[in-house]
Design a protein around this ligand. Structure first.
Ligand code: ZN
Length: 261
């Protein structure tokens, strides 16, 4: 339970220290408290306060879902596909639609090899999440783009930075999309940590029923993710040894991966 409130408590302590020892002004304190609340309610991956935003399912069974954000991003995504084929594991890719436009053949290969493609916005821009009008427009656009490329309309959505607010979740529901959160494989994964560090952290994060987040890209910017990809190659055999099975997010949550057209 302490873990649940930890980010909020840390921010408040930081804010108090800042107020008494550095700034001695009301405004910065207020600003920091507002930031803390935005982070806690809207960004922290496990916040459920605005509605269903699953990061796991309750189960004793050793099943998990590996997810990859911000791709496709060659050659890392291609290498990842080879690794997943070697281990016979199916995963879920949360792709910004703009990346699919850049690499349509890779998107088709992901589908042909049995993986799931889910919506991860079009532009992957933080600002579009704040205003419901622009958010809704972007959802509709990205759904169309993805459908044109892979021939299926996604039913799963992960917002960039896991940002959520009540209007956003309502819009997703109206568009027939299930929001998906998850557990970060490692706090350092996003900063391109070495594979061994990511793998070690990920093995600690894994527990029955959890959705685990990795990255095979960077927003819509490309860049190299060799560490993340190699980490996946390291953890899969270890988790198999522990008795884990790997499901795609739809199968784990018991919801459809694509909408009926
Ligand atoms: Zn992302």
């Amino acid at each position: 339970m302490l873990y649940f409130y930890l980010p909020l408590i840390l921010f408040i302590i930081l804010a108090i220290v800042y107020y008494f020892f550095i700034a001695y002004l009301y405004l910065p304190l207020l600003f920091l408290i507002i930031l803390a609340f935005i982070y806690y309610f809207c960004i922290w991956s496990r916040t459920q306060i605005f509605g269903y935003f699953p990061d796991s399912v309750k189960t004793q069974e050793k099943v998990i879902a590996l997810t990859f954000d911000d791709g496709p991003n060659p050659p890392d995504t291609e290498r990842l596909l080879e690794i997943l084929k070697k281990h016979q594991v199916l995963v879920t890719f949360f792709t910004p639609a703009k990346n699919l436009e850049k690499f349509p053949e890779l998107a088709k290969r992901i589908i042909a090899e049995g993986h799931i493609i889910a919506n991860h916005s079009y532009y992957h821009q933080f600002i579009y999440n704040f205003i419901n009008f622009s958010f809704r427009k972007e959802i509709i656009k990205s759904q169309k783009v993805i459908e044109n490329i892979i021939g299926r309309r996604p039913a799963l959505y992960r917002p960039p930075w896991l940002f959520k607010q009540p209007f956003l979740l309502k819009t997703l529901k109206a568009q027939g999309l299930t929001p998906v959160s998850g557990w970060f494989s490692s706090n350092w994964e996003i900063w391109k940590a070495p594979a061994e560090v990511i793998a070690q952290d990920a093995l600690k994060v894994v527990a029955p029923g959890r959705i685990i987040i990795f990255h095979d890209g960077f927003d819509t910017k490309g860049g190299q993710r060799a560490g993340s990809i190699h980490a996946v190659d390291l953890i899969i055999p270890e988790l198999k040894k522990q008795g884990y099975r790997f499901l795609t997010v739809d199968k784990l949550l018991g919801v459809p991966a694509y909408q009926k057209t």
